[in-house]
Design a protein around this ligand. Sequence first.
Ligand code: MG
Length: 380
Amino acid sequence: MTVHFEGHLASYAARSTRSIGRSFAEQPPATRSEFQRDRDRIIHCAAFRRLEYKTQVFVNHEGDLFRTRLTHSIEVAQIARSLARNLQLNEDLVEAISLAHDLGHTPFGHAGQDALNACMKEYGGFEHNLQSLRVVDTLEQRYGAFDGLNLMFETREGVLKHCSLAHAKNLGAVGERFIDRKQPSLEAQLTNLADEIAYNNHDIDDGLRSGLINTDQLEEVGLYARYSAEVKKQFPDIGGRRVINETVRRMINALVVDLIDTSKANIAAAAVESIDDVRNAPALIAFSASMKQEAQELKRFLRTNLYQHYLVNRMTSKARRIVTDLFGIFMSEPQLMPNDYQLAGEHADAQARKVADYIAGMTDRYAMREYRRLFAVDEI
Ligand code: MG
């Protein structure tokens, strides 16, 4: 039985039939497209379940209503699918990339990643995009015939959003575009911006909910002010969270509509006809110049007022200590880690990579528990 899922796509969309394919050849699926199979493999992997207990800005136990990396990934998938459908791009592929894009994140968000990168300085560094690829390429152990999830090239390419040149050289085909300065598929470009739309807007929502920022401050941000004024005019009697929710959903909509219109025009102007044309063209999925400026203003606001808020700094500082101390103790005493992570002999680089894998795989609460187990004097 052959089922067709991609007949409606534009000629420049990514398609299973014209894919670079999987590293390990497999029989095509009978009831799904290749990219649907990728999405399903991602949903069933262990790293995906851990996303529920990992965070970006707020530590997981701080409140039940804040985003976690799991809910963030689902929001990215929702926005990306909506964009893809409007642009006749491959919805299944953008869903797979969205759900996998954060699999390699450390506990404690960027604070954890920066700390682990600093610890790994002498051993090749730590990049979360590269780690997401490492999770799907090797760390997941679920199949008899191969390590990792053996995903399609286009899914892996989308997961590897950024990568340093030094690392790109060791990655084979999926690293080549960073060396050749080419673009990934439109689906990968689109998911990257869907990620940005999702986190900017949910950080406003979570930031307000936490009380670390307030709506008066946000009125200084052009995009927010425009839509909160619209909401208050249309619904003069509502207040509180309903105004915020109405405003944030209008902001998301404005960003989505702008991205669709601008990208459609870019695609038409570049006259791309195939995914190969896309790879050789400049980046085509983009916001208009004015919307890009407004999005940057919003980002700047969040950086100054939320990500660098002193209460967030406290969490960042503690996260750095936890990750750094865990790394230090596991490097000097690898025998404290589960057997799979211990290497025999003197291979500092390889051992450091194992320690990084172990720490990166931890959820926020697991890392805190490990820290207490290893360093708290009243706990054995
Ligand atoms: Mg993300």
